[in-house]
Design a protein around this ligand. Structure first.
Ligand SMILES: Nc1nc2c(ncn2[C@@H]2O[C@@H]3COP(=O)(O)O[C@H]4[C@@H](O)[C@H](n5cnc6c(=O)[nH]c(N)nc65)O[C@@H]4COP(=O)(O)O[C@H]3[C@H]2O)c(=O)[nH]1
Ligand SMILES: Nc1nc2c(ncn2[C@@H]2O[C@@H]3COP(=O)(O)O[C@H]4[C@@H](O)[C@H](n5cnc6c(=O)[nH]c(N)nc65)O[C@@H]4COP(=O)(O)O[C@H]3[C@H]2O)c(=O)[nH]1
Lengths: 249, 152
C-alpha cells in the first residue's frame, strides 16, 4: 500500500482532485488519533477529547494541502507537527484556559518578572504573594489552576536568537529522552536551559528534574517529596514560570 | 543508578515506537470497521464526516496528576513497524462495494486485530519493565541514593 499512497500523492499533485484528497485524509487520519491522544495528556478535564480530534483533522487537511512531495521529507513528520500545531492554535483561539485563570496568571507572571529583576534571583512564594497583594493560599490556588503539565501550556516559543522556532516544551522534553551519553553534543539552547535550571530553588530543580528527566508523574513526584499532587503541580508551575522569566532575559 | 536510567531510556525509546505504531494501527482498524459497517454503499465522503468520532478515544479520562512528560513526534524506528503492517494490507482500504472486496476487508480486519493485540501485549510488557525500573529509581530518590543534581 506504500506504492498506492505514492500514487495517490502523484494523482493529487496533478489535479488537486477532491476525491483523491479525501482518500489521503482517510489514509493519514490515524496520525490525528496519535497526536490528539498525546496532546490531551495533562489537560484540564473540561477540554473535550473529541474537540482535539476535530482540530487535529483540520491540521491534517492543511498539511496535505501544503505538503510538497518529492522534496525528500517524510509526510508523517510534517503532518504530526502541523496536527499538533493546529490543535494548540485552536485551543488558544477558544480560550481553553478559563479567562479568570488567564488574567490571574498574567499578574503572577508580571510579578515574577518584576521581582526577578529586583532581587536578581527567583522570588519565593511568600515574596510573590506579597508583591501581588494576595494571601499565600490564593497564590497557590492560582498556581495549581495554571496547570502547566500539558504540551499546550508549555508550547510557548522561546526566542533564543538562533532563528528556528524552539518551544519550551520541546527543549525540556529533549532533556528527557536523550540518553546520558547523548548530552555531549548539546545545542546552545540546551546548555542555556541547563545553566538556568541550576539557578532555580532546590525543590524546583527536583520537581523539573523528576518530571522532565525521569519521566515521572506529578503523583510519583509527590510520593518522593512527601507532599500532595496539587502542591507538586504548584511547584511545577512556579518553576516553569521562573524558567521562562529567566530564559526571556 | 546511571545504568538504571540508561536501561529505562532504552525501554522508553522502544515503547515510543510501539505506542506510535499501535495508535496508528488502532486508527486504521477503526476506519476499516466503520467501512465494513457501511457495507451496502460505502462512501468515502460519509467516512470522512465520521472521522472525528472514529479517531476519538472512547471514555477518555485525563487526570493531570497522572500526566507525564511526553514527546509528540514520529519516533525514530517508526518505519520498522509500518513495513510489518503494510505487508498485511495488500489492497485498497476503501472498498468499492462488491462482495469479493468485502470478505477480503473482513480478512484484513481480522488479521490487523491480531497484530494490534500483539503490539498491545508487547507494549504492556514494556510498561511493566519501565514502571519497575522507575519504581526502583523512585525508591532511590526517596532515600537519597539518587539525586537530580547528577542529571543537570
Ligand atoms: N510507563 C508507562 N507508560 C504508559 C502507561 N500507560 C501509558 N503510558 C505512556 O504514556 C502515554 C500517555 O498515556 P495516557 O496519559 O494514559 O494517555 C493515553 C490515553 O489517554 C489514550 N490511550 C492509549 N491507549 C489506550 C487504551 O488502550 N485505552 C484507553 N482508554 N486509552 C488509551 O491515548 C493517550 C496516549 O497514548 P500513547 O500515545 O500510547 O502514550 C502513552 C504511553 O506512551 C503505563 O502504564 N506505564
Ligand atoms: N489511560 C490509559 N489506559 C490504558 C492505556 N493503555 C491501555 N490502557 C488500559 O488498559 C486496558 C487494556 O489495554 P490493552 O492491553 O492495550 O488492550 C486494548 C487494545 O488492544 C485495544 N484498543 C484500545 N484502544 C483502542 C482503539 O482506540 N482502537 C482499537 N481498534 N483498539 C483499541 O482494546 C484493548 C482494550 O482497551 P480498553 O478497553 O481501553 O482497556 C485498556 C485501558 O483501560 C493508556 O495508554 N492509557
Amino acid at each position: 500500500t506504500e506504492r498506492e499512497v505514492a500514487q495517490l500523492w502523484g494523482e493529487y499533485a496533478d489535479g488537486r482532485d477532491v476525491a483523491v484528497r479525501e482518500r489521503l485524509i482517510i489514509h493519514y487520519a490515524p496520525l490525528v488519533k496519535y497526536v490528539a491522544g498525546r496532546v490531551a495528556v495533562g489537560m484540564p478535564a473540561h477540554v473535550e477529547h473529541s474537540d482535539l480530534v476535530s482540530y487535529g483533522i483540520f491540521g491534517l487537511m492543511d498539511a496535505i494541502e501544503k505538503f510538497e512531495p518529492g522534496r525528500g521529507f517524510k509526510f508523517e513528520t510534517y503532518a504530526v507537527a502541523r496536527i499538533r500545531g493546529a490543535i494548540i492554535d485552536e485551543l488558544r483561539s477558544v480560550d481553553w484556559v478559563p479567562r479568570s485563570v488567564r488574567t490571574r496568571s498574567r499578574k503572577v507572571e508580571a510579578a515574577m518578572q518584576e521581582l526577578e529583576s529586583a532581587l536578581k534571583r527567583s522570588p519565593t512564594e511568600e515574596e510573590l504573594a506579597e508583591e501581588l497583594g494576595w494571601s499565600l493560599e490564593e497564590l497557590q490556588d492560582t498556581l495549581a489552576r495554571m496547570s502547566m503539565t500539558s504540551i499546550a501550556a508549555l508550547d510557548e516559543v522561546l526566542d533564543v536568537g538562533d532563528g528556528d522556532r524552539i518551544t519550551l516544551v520541546d527543549t525540556l522534553q529533549d532533556l528527557t529522552v536523550s540518553l546520558p551519553e547523548e548530552t555531549l553534543d548539546d545545542s546552545e539552547t540546551k546548555r542555556l536551559l541547563r545553566a538556568t535550571l541550576t539557578r532555580l530553588t532546590e525543590r524546583e530543580q527536583t520537581v523539573l528534574g523528576l518530571y522532565y528527566f525521569e519521566g515521572m508523574t506529578l503523583a510519583q513526584i509527590g510520593d518522593v517529596l512527601g507532599v500532595t499532587e496539587s502542591r507538586i503541580c504548584q511547584i511545577h508551575t512556579k518553576a516553569v514560570l521562573s524558567l521562562r522569566t529567566k530564559l526571556g532575559e | 543508578t546511571d545504568d538504571l536510567r540508561r536501561i529505562r531510556s532504552e525501554c522508553e525509546a522502544a515503547e515510543e515506537g510501539i505506542s506510535y505504531a499501535r495508535r496508528l494501527l488502532q486508527g486504521r482498524l477503526d476506519i476499516l470497521r466503520a467501512a465494513l459497517d457501511q457495507s451496502e454503499h460505502p462512501d468515502a465522503g460519509q467516512l470522512l464526516a465520521a472521522l472525528p468520532a472514529i479517531m476519538a478515544d472512547q471514555g477518555h479520562v485525563s487526570d493531570p496528576a497522572q500526566a507525564r512528560s511526553l514527546r509528540v513526534r514520529v519516533p525514530a524506528d517508526a518505519e520498522r513497524y509500518a513495513a510489518v503492517i503494510d505487508a498485511v494490507i495488500t489492497e485498497d482500504e476503501v472498498p468499492e462495494g462488491t462482495d469479493s472486496d468485502l470478505s477480503d476487508l473482513e480478512r484484513v480486519v481480522g488479521v490487523l486485530t491480531q497484530v494490534e493485540h500483539e503490539l498491545s501485549a508487547r507494549r504492556r510488557a514494556l510498561f511493566a519493565r519501565i514502571d519497575g525500573l522507575r519504581a526502583e529509581l523512585l525508591a532511590r530518590y526517596k532515600d537519597g541514593r539518587a539525586d537530580v543534581r547528577d542529571l543537570l
